[in-house]
Design a protein around this ligand. Structure first.
Ligand code: NAD
Length: 536
């Protein structure tokens, strides 16, 4: 465990102390300290069960959740075994027998109550996300708010999603498209959005009449427990089976079980491209359905006519925010030759000023927090080394400060297709690339394997429509004059290519949680099977 941050960084900037030294001397759980009293409000105890299928249980490994800001233990969670998973799936299947019969608008009313429950605990839940994941409190609260917002959306949806009656070409026939829920949905989520991703999936899946098994990231188990407690409270209060929304915290073994299990009708997976590919192959092998939200390698193109003030503020927000651990973090900044020097210089100044706001993500005024884990720090260091080896120049940062804190880093001088530039490193490292035309910028944007988020800054309407059109950005999120990560608010989400092609929330996302049957109904006594032919 580390104690407190050095007060002067290698870039010469004075840093705020991260944690109080006296507290760090204690090896006790953070749960028992006054600063973290909000954990008890959420029903978090020293030891928590990490499995819920109507009752709380867990007979697997005990995991201690660590605080990324100071490396200290927060509280413990007993995770699930494969046997616990089996109990969850059976309970979820039984719960579906009840839930599928509840009329859709009544299901919407339950989702509305879940949204209310989350509103009641908005701040403590947001603080828990901040404590356990490492993002600053406003972002933690924002994430919970996204779940609330999608609940509101799902309530409306529960009275709106509808099949169609299509004109039949045959007399006395009706042609109907009918939508039904799928059954049990498996939801596997990543560490960096431990609430919102579950919310986007579950609110819509529930309104559509599915039941769920959730496996959150192994390093954010307390958030999974706290969220499931809120949902369970609503279900139990309404005398509904808790297994409508079950939880089986665990590691790869539980994730693999979900992917391979034919009883799980849809696997919604959010995480890295490498793991997502494995999950997709396993699900495909059993002809199951999957919804994939995988990695990104997001770019922002700055045209020569762009508003540079807006560009710099946007780039800093998108590169440095959440310490570079948003799936939509800006990783490649493509600058037109004419404005290259100006943007780079101003960016470096902004980075230096952000460093004065480095601190404990739970404290007011902190803008820049830690990486989530020591593994993330190792990935950061390896990438800096590779970038330099491939000819990159570190314009800012490049160093580990202490513990999980690293300097946000700007790298120039690399070829747009250098191996390190084409790789998603989940850390605050941005590569600055050059272009001399919009065509060139778009080609660079599109040449990576992922297709998550992208943005252009320009005042030219022609450029905007080229960017949005068939030969423009090939990503799922295609922004104009806002950063690559701005679109997360509201959660209309999804990416192309190696990002997986999924669409979580947003206009027609509900269709992924349902199956459409096409029904031809003959209401006559005639049987016109095929034109001109009679089967006697
Ligand atoms: P990860 O792929 O390491 O883990 C994601 C989840 O998969 C975890 O719950 C993990 O336990 C589980 N898992 C691991 N191996 C598995 C297996 N073999 N079978 C089934 N499940 C398995 O990702 P991470 O490090 O938690 O998150 C960061 C990644 O997630 C980044 O690549 C980021 O871009 C991506 N991400 C994407 C989105 C999006 O919406 N596109 C959102 C958030 C994060």
């Amino acid at each position: 465990m580390w104690r407190s941050l050095v007060t002067v960084s290698k870039t010469g900037v004075r840093l705020s102390p991260i944690v109080n030294n006296t507290r760090c001397m204690s090896s006790g759980l953070l749960l028992n300290e006054p600063k973290y009293a909000f954990l008890k409000e959420l029903g978090i105890e020293e030891d928590n069960n990490g499995v819920y299928d109507g009752t709380w249980k867990g007979s697997g490994e005990v995991v201690t959740s660590l605080c990324p800001a100071n490396g200290r233990p927060i509280a413990r969670v007993r995770t699930g075994t494969v046997q616990d998973y089996e109990a969850c799936i059976k309970a979820s299947q039984e719960a579906w027998q009840v839930w599928a019969d509840v009329p859709a608008p009544h299901r919407g009313e339950i989702v509305r109550q879940i949204g209310e429950e989350l509103r009641n605990y908005l701040l403590p839940l947001g603080k828990l996300v901040s404590l356990e994941m490492g993002k600053i409190v406003p972002e933690g609260v924002g994430e919970v708010q996204e779940y609330v917002d999608i609940c509101d959306y799902a309530v409306g949806l529960s009275r709106m999603y509808a099949g169609k009656v299509i004109p039949s070409e045959r007399p006395g026939h009706a042609l109907i498209e009918n939508w039904n829920p799928l059954g049990v949905i498996g939801i596997i989520t990543a560490f960096n959005f431990p609430v919102a991703v579950y919310g986007w999936n579950s609110a819509i899946a529930m309104a559509c009449g599915n039941t769920m098994i959730w496996k959150g990231a192994p390093t954010t188990p307390l958030t999974s427990v706290a969220i499931t407690k809120c949902v369970a409270q609503v279900l139990e209060k309404n005398s509904l089976p808790g297994a409508i929304s079950s939880l089986c915290q665990g590691g790869t073994d539980i994730g693999e079980k979900i992917a391979a299990d034919p009883r799980v009708k849809l696997v919604s997976f959010t995480g890295s491209t490498a793991v997502g590919k494995k999950v997709a192959m396993t699900v495909q092998d059993r002809f199951g359905k999957h919804l994939l939200e995988l990695g990104g390698n997001n770019a922002l193109i700055v045209n020569k006519d762009a508003d540079i003030d807006m560009v710099v503020r946007s780039a800093v927000f998108a590169c440095v925010g959440t310490a570079g651990q948003r799936c939509t973090t800006l990783r490649r900044l493509i600058l037109h030759d004419d404005i290259y020097d100006e943007v780079l210089e101003r960016l470096k100044k902004s980075y230096a000023s952000i460093m004065t706001r480095l601190g404990d993500p739970l404290d007011d005024g902190t803008l820049y927090g830690p990486l989530h884990s020591q593994q993330s720090v190792k990935n950061y260091q390896a990438t800096i080394k590779d970038a330099v080896a491939e000819g990159g120049k570190i314009e800012y940062g490049g160093n580990v400060i202490q513990g999980n804190y690293v300097e946000p880093t700007i790298v120039t001088g690399l070829a747009h297709d250098a191996a390190v530039v084409h790789r998603e490193t989940f850390a605050p490292i941005v590569y600055i690339l050059r272009c001399s035309s919009l065509d060139e910028g778009i080609a660079i944007n599109n040449e990576v394997e992922q297709g998550l988020s992208s943005s252009i800054f320009t005042k030219d309407l022609g450029n905007v429509f080229q960017w949005l059109g068939p030969k423009g950005s090939d990503c799922g999120i295609v922004n104009v004059n806002i950063p690559t990560s701005g679109a997360e608010i509201g959660g209309a989400f999804g990416g192309e290519k190696a990002t997986g092609g999924g669409r979580e929330s947003g206009s027609d996302a509900w269709k992924q949680y349902m199956r459409r049957s096409t029904c031809t109904i003959n209401y006559t006594k005639e049987l016109p099977l095929a034109q001109g032919i009679k089967f006697e």
